[in-house]
Design a protein. Structure first.
Length: 72
């Protein structure tokens, strides 16, 4: 059986672009291909963290703009 477990960058990129796929790949491959599963899982985790951070920054900026416009 060919167990090519190199933890490739492209699996991490796939997990970053489509986080749900990265999570599923992590859960499916965590025992058979631990390095590749880790790459896909980390990609998904990075994507989710960046998305949450962008939402927080967006709402802080919009809140500050609302406060500034409300005082005019």
């Amino acid at each position: 059986m060919d167990n090519n477990d190199n933890g490739g960058f492209l699996w991490g990129l796939l997990g970053c672009c489509i986080p749900i796929v990265g999570l599923v790949l992590f859960l499916v491959w965590k025992d058979q291909k631990p390095r590749t599963a880790k790459a896909a899982g980390i990609g998904a985790l990075i994507s989710v963290c960046v998305s949450v951070l962008c939402y927080i920054i967006f709402f802080v900026i919009m809140g500050a703009a609302g406060i500034a416009l409300g005082s005019l």
